[in-house]
Design a protein around this ligand. Structure first.
Ligand code: ADP
Ligand code: MG
Length: 275
């Protein structure tokens, strides 16, 4: 396909939705791998103590491995914590270990606790504008959030310029979004003016059901332009890839799931950062 443009500045995208099981992790790792396949430089930050994104990207994340915990709690340098993805060029990962589960509480007594991730990401020598960082810069940083609106997700919302919200094409899909959007407004008002919900991705779409079509339509009515044209189909290949320590992008590159994630990544890249 046609080449995709590099953004002028690193785009920090937060993948969030406080509902579990809507496709946050699956979308983070596959959009990241797809962007890397398209030639872009990508960093994934795993912010879920479960470490599912780390698993899917084949990154060691047992206790003791340098991880997101060290960034947030000990102020470790991000470039010393990231690891290259063994299966995909141009892709790096800051893994999450189970220690991160304690960070939510340990951070309570830390100064500027909600700004720790922002500080870590912005101190990355490869994050910033082309004019300062040069050709070696990261094009995208994708942050995979846990299924809650606690201090970890808050750190991500403060760190990000944009949000990518995956919405599962299921009954009750829009339930809970009000609370998420209120949190976004609170963050914009007090902590991070830049934050924008730039991208909505409909996941686990089953084209054979009227329910899925109805949900997709409702999401489009509600969010309009922000909704990617590409929807991710429900597919067994997508769900079995992580058990092989792979994204569907490497596990089965020709499958409908992989092709959809590639198309979604193209849309994200060609749309560019919101103004
Ligand atoms: P979250 O991170 O929001 O909790 P996940 O990405 O872990 O959600 O997805 C939840 C479950 O749904 C996982 O078992 C995952 O493999 C599965 N899944 C995600 N996307 C798809 C898809 N397009 N087709 C089939 N299964 C999917
Ligand atoms: Mg997840």
């Amino acid at each position: 396909g046609a080449p995709v443009p590099r953004p002028e500045s690193t785009r920090v995208m937060v993948v969030a939705n406080q509902k579990g099981g809507v496709g946050k992790t699956t979308s983070t790792v596959n959009v990241a791998a797809a962007l890397a396949q398209l030639g872009l430089q990508v960093l994934v930050v795993d912010l879920d103590p479960q470490g599912n994104a780390s698993t899917a990207l084949n990154i060691e994340h047992r206790r003791g491995v340098a991880s997101t915990y060290d960034l947030l709690v000990d102020g470790a340098a991000i470039e010393e914590v990231e690891q290259p993805c063994p299966d995909q060029e141009r892709l790096w990962v800051v893994p999450a270990t189970i220690d991160l589960a304690g960070a939510e509480i340990e951070l309570v007594s830390v100064v500027a606790r909600e700004g720790r991730l922002r500080k870590a990401i912005h101190a990355h020598p490869r994050v910033g504008h082309a004019a300062e960082v040069g050709d070696d810069r990261l094009d995208y940083v994708l942050v995979d959030c846990p299924p809650s609106l606690g201090l970890l997700t808050l750190n991500a919302l403060v760190a990000g310029d944009e949000m990518l919200i995956p919405i599962q094409a299921e009954y009750y899909a829009l339930e809970g979004l009000g609370q998420l959007l209120e949190t976004v407004e609170m963050v914009k008002a007090h902590l991070n003016q830049q934050l924008q919900v730039s991208t909505i991705l409909v996941t686990m779409y089953d084209g054979r059901t009227r329910l899925a079509a109805g949900v997709a339509e409702e999401v489009r009515e509600h969010f309009g332009e922000q909704v990617l044209r590409t929807m991710i189909p429900r597919s067994v290949r997508v769900s079995e890839a992580p058990s092989y320590g792979q994204t569907v992008m490497t596990y089965d590159p020709g499958s409908p799931g992989a092709l959809s994630y590639l198309e979604a990544a193209r849309e994200i890249a060609s749309q560019g950062a919101p103004r």
